[in-house]
Write a protein that binds this ligand. Structure first.
Ligand SMILES: *Cc1c(COP(=O)(O)O)cnc(C)c1O
Length: 378
């Protein structure tokens, strides 16, 4: 069915088309000058030293673990409330993911106390995920990680340009990983980025992104290199210039888009903020935020009630989603010994409402009053 209010809408216009055509006409469509330009602009926007453009964020997460030398026998702490790629990446390198619960329904991000409690001599890293674009408690997490000598990787897929204590999310850990999948804040179809402030990690990421080769095709084609060696076992995780050109345009539009999303969020909060039967996570967060999604959570709810509400909204033309089913409940990860009570409650009782810049006041009024009607019917 087609919804009057989809969950997400692309904010493409003529400028994306022009950008793509320019790359087509340039005759250089793989990794080249547009990727380099996108990397430079992305790093600048986050006030990070380095950025490496990649084909998607799943591979960004994998590459960040490889770059840190994490592998067999190591443990990596992960949230269960995330997209499955966050945890799959740990398995790719042969390490063991160890699930950590979220803080609360109000702050559905990895709990620093859980991190502290689950550290063992085998723990090498923690992957945190800034849910909906709102920050994990990076101050506590950095302190715990530093004193236990474990690395922090930020899955920042939801959080481009989000700030925490005036500093960009993705720049707190040793590496920050971003996605430009179609429905993310920056859309290039598929795409990813790693930012880092560490020159050694940056050099290694560049090497491993392209087969471990010491030079790339563009450098050879443009006469900057004639030869290459392969000095590490690398991958083909490159972004191409077609996607990078979309990324450059999308990034330039992002600050304005985030302004719009902020308005959409405050309209939602005005209409739904006093509803005693739901929680709006991070309700009073005031720093700049990407507002990637707008989730709500039922209080004293259950999965059936949540599903009923989703069905009710669907009949009103409103698309909703669930961010996310708990990863530790998926068949490939499920084990009776894993218990994550807050995550389990959250996953069964959350739903995500439409969020994109072009929603206007009467749209939000319609969606919100439908939510109120649906909740009152529960
Ligand atoms: C989208 C997303 C990913 C995966 O990104 P891809 O670019 O699709 O590989 C990983 N983690 C989170 C939290 C995401 O939202």
């Amino acid at each position: 069915m087609t919804y009057s209010f989809p969950l997400f809408k692309l904010n493409f216009d003529q400028s994306e088309e022009t950008a793509i055509l320019n790359v087509l006409h340039s005759k250089w469509i793989s990794t080249g000058p547009k990727c380099e330009e996108f990397e430079g602009k992305f790093a600048d926007a986050l006030n990070a030293k380095y950025a490496v453009a990649l084909d998607n964020c799943t591979n960004a997460l994998h590459l960040s673990l490889v770059t840190l030398g994490i592998g067999d026998g190591d443990q990596v702490l992960v949230p269960s409330l995330s997209f499955v790629a966050t945890v799959n990446a740990v398995k790719y390198v042969g390490a063991q993911p160890v699930f950590c619960d979220i803080e609360s329904l109000e702050n559905p991000v990895i709990d620093p106390y859980e991190i502290e409690r689950k550290i063992t001599p085998k723990t090498k890293a923690v992957i945190v995920m800034h849910y909906a674009g709102f920050p994990c408690n990076m101050r506590s997490i950095k302190k715990i990680a530093d004193s236990n000598n474990i690395a922090v990787i930020e899955d920042s897929c939801h959080a481009p340009l989000s700030l925490y204590q005036d500093k960009a999310l993705g720049t707190y850990g040793s590496m920050g990983c971003f996605s430009f999948f179609s429905n993310k804040n920056i859309s290039t179809g598929e795409g990813g980025m790693i930012v880092t402030n560490d020159e050694d990690l940056y050099k290694k990421l560049k090497l491993l992104r392209s087969h471990g080769m010491t030079s790339m095709s563009y450098q050879r084609a443009s006469g900057h290199a004639v030869d290459y060696d392969v000095i590490e076992l690398g991958y083909n995780y490159r972004m191409d210039d077609l996607r990078a050109s979309l990324g450059i345009v999308q990034l330039s539009k992002l600050p304005q888009d985030l302004q719009r999303r902020k308005i959409v969020r405050s309209l939602y909060i005005n209409s739904l903020g006093n509803l005693s039967s739901i929680v709006i996570p991070f309700k009073s967060y005031s720093e700049r935020c990407s507002n990637y999604i707008f989730p709500i959570v039922l209080i004293n709810g259950c999965e059936n009630k949540r599903n009923y509400l989703r069905e009710y909204l669907s009949e009103k033309g409103i698309q909703t989603s669930v961010h996310y089913p708990a990863i530790h409940k998926f068949k490939v990860y499920n084990s009776p010994s894993i218990s994550q009570p807050i995550t389990e409650y959250y996953s069964a009782n959350t739903l995500t409402l439409p969020m994109y810049g072009s929603l206007n006041e009467s749209d939000i009024e319609y969606i919100s009053s439908s939510v109120i009607e649906g909740v009152n019917n529960l």
